[in-house]
Every structure is written in structure tokens, then in C-alpha cells.
Design a protein around this ligand. Sequence first.
Ligand SMILES: Cc1ncc(COP(=O)(O)O)c(C=O)c1O
Length: 417
Amino acid sequence: MATTIDPATAPSLDLERIRADFPILDREVGGNPLTYLDSAATSQKPIQVMDAVDRYYRRSNANVHRGVHQLGNEATDRFEASRVRVAGFIDADPQGLVFVRNTTEALNLVAGSYARELLQKGDRIVLTLMEHHSNLVPWQLAAERAGLQLAFIGLTEDGRLELSNLDELLAPPTRLLSLTHQSNVLGTVNDIAAITAEAHRRDVLVCLDGAQSVPHMRVSTRELGVDFLAFSGHKMCGPMGSGALWARPELLERMPPFLGGGSMIAKVELERSTWNTVPHKFEAGTPDVASAVGLAAACDYLDEVGIERIHAHEQGLVRHMIDVLDESGATVYGPRDLAIHGGAVSFNVADVHPHDTGTILDRLGIAVRAGHHCCQPLMRELDVPATARASVYLYNTHEEIDRLGEGIAEVRRVFRV
Ligand SMILES: Cc1ncc(COP(=O)(O)O)c(C=O)c1O
């Protein structure tokens, strides 16, 4: 379940104070105040994160893990402290936390190292019809190279996973299930603890795409029991280019390196090499230290505001958004049950193409996303070429949702629908 906090009774966020932390929200777009409803694509960044990155470059920048000098040691300390901080945010063992650029890279690492190298020809990987291309294409590549099969969990009419045949799908030769925690299109939050328990009963590993959940709700690797968790720092107030893969350390031990080069080795000979300990075995070359430091600062920031309170605030916004969209006559996709609905809502306005909807909204300063949202198979399942999507975060207000409603009225006026 997404949360046990009732948005109606949760202590509300001090939005004035929070918004003051995000300088970009003061911007105007086309003479209108910016209404940023595209945080599912990437979040805005608070000054606390920008300052942490700035401080790192001004005070401590040097290459890590190699220096014998003060700055090299400071940079290494900051990098390793960031690993512990980010692992703490997802309640995980830091030894399993590999810094990567984003969710896509994290999932490619699991597919390229674990699935391609350790699974056997004929083994099956189960995915779902609501996956982002990042959680489809890497498995397709691994399947093609290693002769693996792919199978898919379907969807119900209201945009949940169709789990009635889960037993069958998880039966041998299935070895791994990779799925999203929250759909970036439908907003559906999947019950990962229950699904993982089912998978583990059959010795099937679970890889979780947390791109849309880690920024918005408490995600504990220990409570969910997953084996791999991928997420992007840039969607959770962290810098662009920050992200992580967490994996159970014993799996990382068994997995061969994904990239070869400096830092990931123990001993190098001309014909062969041995590997560094985990997680360093998976961090070849110079890492983006500043982004790791910024991501740790983002974790501090989100924890200070309170991730449960952020989640409750978003649920209040989503309830209001669905009401506003319903009143405007838009078609809303995904579940109606708020207990399983995250902060992204997809919709269409009559037969207006979502790009046109997005363009008119943009003229009013309202930023939404339009297209297939990197989910072409899901679009086919919904039988639409594309949707518009509005998504919220801690800094959004109810007034901004009202503005979205006014924007949709404008779309209707312009297109006479
Ligand atoms: C559910 C989901 N998975 C994966 C991704 C890919 O994230 P990134 O582009 O940061 O790698 C996204 C991005 O929108 C997403 O929403």
C-alpha cells in the first residue's frame, strides 16, 4: 500500500517556506506565473541541494579513492558519506549501493550483468504492461543475447496489475520479476511487499523500478524485501546525473562487472584482472562525486520536510486534480482509489491531441508532459496514441491545480470541444 497517512488529517506542509527553497518557481512563463506540473519527468531543485554541490566544488573537489592529499581524502569521505546517507534514505545496506546516472543505467546494470551473464538459456523474466521503456528494453537486449524468455503481467480495466495468474507467471522457468513501484502514466502504486513475497516463495528475484516511488513515499528495501532497487536522484530534488542501484550485496558479489576500467579492479595483469570489493566493482572510472553529494543533500532535505507528509500532501493534490479533471470533462486514466494512486495523472481532453493540450497550457505557464511517456506498449493497451500528464511534488499548491482546470477550459474553448 502507498501510505497509511490520511491526507485529510496529516499535518500540512508550510508551502510558502518550501516554495521559497525552489528559486525557479518564481519564474514567469509567457507572462504567467510558472505552474510546474511535470515533476514525474524531473523535479525542481532546492537551494540546499544547489549549495551542497557548489560547496563541494568550492571547497573539496578532487578525484576520489586515489589521493594521498587532503582534498582527495575529503572528496573520498564526502563521496562515501553520501553513499551511507542515500542508502539510509531507502533503508538499505550501503554496501549494496552503486552510484549510477539514473534509473535507466541502474536497470541496464542488472539486465546486463545479472540477467545476461548469470541466467541460463530458456530462463524467463517477467515484466508488466505498465513498464517504462527503461524497464523493458534492457531486458529485451539481455533476452536476445542470452536466449531468455520474457512474459508480462497484464492490466485490469482500472489500471492495476492483473495478478490472477501470478502463480502461473512466477512458475519455473521464471527467475526474475522486474516491475515498477509506481506507474509514471497511470499513477498506480503496486503492492510490492505482497508481490515480492509471492515471488520469493518461488525463488524468483525481484527488481524494483523506484523512479516514481522513492521521491514520493517511504521506500524501505528491508520492508519490501526486494533484491534490486533502481532510482533517479534528479526526480527527488537531487542533481541531474545522480541516481543509484541498490542490490543485495551477495548478488553484487556474484555478478560480473558491467563496465571495466579504473577503480573497479583489485589487480590488473596484461591478460586478466581481479575485481575490487562491492559496490566499487560496479563503479568504473571517476564518479560524479558532486552529484552524489547533491543527492545526499536531497535526502536530507526530503527527510527534514518529512517524506510521509510529502506523500500525504501529494495525495490531497491528486484527489483535487482528479475532481478538477472530472469537472472539466477530461478522460482520466488509471485507478480512482487514492490509496493506490501516486502523484502522476494522465488525461486527454476530448479528441484534442495531447501535444496541442500541452501547448495551450504552456501559453498559460502550465508545464505538463504530453506523449507516450516512454510507455508505448501501455499506450497501445490503453488504445490511445498519447496522453497529457500532470504530476505533482511537495511544492505544488491547490491553486495550481485550479489553474490546470482553467487551462483545460481554455483548451476546450480554442478547439471548440
Ligand atoms: C517509472 C520510470 N522508470 C524509469 C524511468 C527512467 O528514469 P531516468 O530517465 O531518470 O533513467 C522513468 C522516468 O521517467 C520512470 O518514470
